[in-house]
Ligand binder design. Sequence first.
Ligand SMILES: Nc1ncnc2c1ncn2[C@@H]1O[C@H](COP(=O)(O)OP(=O)(O)O)[C@@H](O)[C@H]1O
Ligand SMILES: [Mg+2]
Length: 282
Amino acid sequence: MEIRFEKVNFQYSGLTDTTHALKGVDLKIEGTGEFIAVVGHTGSGKSTLVQLMNGLLVPNSGVVNVFGFRLPAKRNQKINELRQEVGLVFQFPEYQLFEETVLKDIMFGPKNFKKTKVNAEERALEAAKLVGLDDNILKSSPFRISGGQMRRAAIAGILAMDPKVLVLDEPTRGLDPQGRREMMDLFKEIHEKTNKTIILITHDMDLVSEYAKRVIVLSDGLITFDGTKEELFEKEDFKDYHLSEPQTIKILKYLEEEIGLKFKEKYTYDSLLEYIVEGEHE
Ligand SMILES: Nc1ncnc2c1ncn2[C@@H]1O[C@H](COP(=O)(O)OP(=O)(O)O)[C@@H](O)[C@H]1O
Ligand SMILES: [Mg+2]
């Protein structure tokens, strides 16, 4: 089961000019096991792309197929069911909290939208555990917990729906480096524990090198690169994408070129740390 885009064009109505937010996009994303970063400059179409994946937007031409659900939708298709399969976490998800207690907030989705009856509380507790929220926090008002916990609660609310794919639109915006790392480690853990496909929109190339497996680069509504992060960072014409080079790569490249060191795993801090701590120094 997969998400497929075929020659997808999308244009926001009401725009005075005729530029398309997405132009002829072809794309295939597996429903499990992928960790994809979507990168590109502001206005390149990243948010538009992910909103087409869960029916918030519908293509002007071409077809989006999400796990057998077709957009534009056929008359008998229920868009709510699609929304459950693709969990979208927006920037500042904590603004979406509104219930009396954290637990009620996390339960809201499974309680109100699940087609088949599920035990909403059970689901919520499972999701809370997955994002690392303690039981005592679940009884608090979502407005009395820390910013980081609010963000986790909002993400748990989406996970409680058990979506196939988790889409994160700049989820680390406004976080300090430690908060950013904790948030990303959480997504990595969710990915490893559940094998759910994760699609991460980010400006931060350090996060791409550290966490992603596959990278999709958007430029003016076109996909200009789609492949593994290794392929992207090793491209001769990488500079032409106008993406910044991750810090780890700068350091590792320097060590390779200047000192002749060789690294097994080129892109992560762990690889660098391993060398510093355990490497054979001459
Ligand atoms: N709600 C909207 N109404 C009109 N134009 C929009 C709207 N949202 C985005 N756009 C335009 O569509 C293009 C792609 O935007 P977007 O998908 O938000 O890019 P990104 O997420 O990469 O910054 C941009 O030119 C942007 O100005
Ligand atoms: Mg955006």
